[in-house]
Ligand binder design. Sequence first.
Ligand SMILES: Nc1ncnc2c1ncn2[C@@H]1O[C@H](COP(=O)(O)OP(=O)(O)OP(=O)(O)O)[C@@H](O)[C@H]1O
Length: 254
Amino acid sequence: MTTSTDSRTAAQPPSALSLREVSASYGGRTVLDGVSVEIPAATLCAVVGPNGAGKSTMVKAALGLVPSVRGHVELLGEPLRRVRRRVAYVPQQDSVAQDFPITAIQVVEMGRYPHRGWLRRLTRHDDELVAAAMDQVGVADLAEHPIDELSGGQRQRVFLARALAQGADLVILDEPFTAVDARTESALLEVLTTLCQNGRSVIAVHHDLRAVLDRFDHAVLLAGTVLAEGAPGDVLTPEHLERAYGMTPLVLNR
Ligand SMILES: Nc1ncnc2c1ncn2[C@@H]1O[C@H](COP(=O)(O)OP(=O)(O)OP(=O)(O)O)[C@@H](O)[C@H]1O
């Protein structure tokens, strides 16, 4: 397994996500087996691997969303219960109810609820953060549109805006670019890269290996267990990809 070579000291921020010997199962079927990763803070990290590799399960297990999990999980150097507010999660689009009777801005405002509670009114500061987040991902003009009337790509941007409005130190996204065009993907990656440059951490399940090589700082290659972790160039080698996918994707052969 390739691992990140930087030796972290006490003065450096903790890992964004640390999993030690994490296993997860559904109804007795193990889909993650002894997964250990150490994703550095302030990096843009991709979780890659073939369909069914356990990528979504890995991020959900880290977030306490899988009932049957064994092993040790830390986010931002702490157990989940101590950092919930500092972690934002954007689930896979098909797992998000699309028929909410609410507008785009109301979805983004939910990003502020962990700070205010459901029953307390948002402050002017919250309103400013919501507006800034929508502006950042280019959905300001869709604020009053019902979420179920937006296109898939617009909806993905709204959910990303919700994560940005939360001001989270760690943003975990599950296939955030499935419905967006290449230009939008590039612009959103720019937003995520800037977050990391400002000390935030981003972990995204992603299938576009070319983009992972070109734009990400760190990668985890998963196939039920971790096949490789580290710099994308060290992880997405022909040997590792052959083991994970049974082939080397053409786009990386060039
Ligand atoms: N809620 C669930 N109940 C039972 N089995 C599940 C559940 N969620 C996922 N699985 C199974 O666990 C395995 C891993 O699924 P997971 O969604 O984590 O993979 P993935 O790598 O994210 O896949 P994809 O790239 O297709 O999104 C699959 O075999 C899947 O069928």
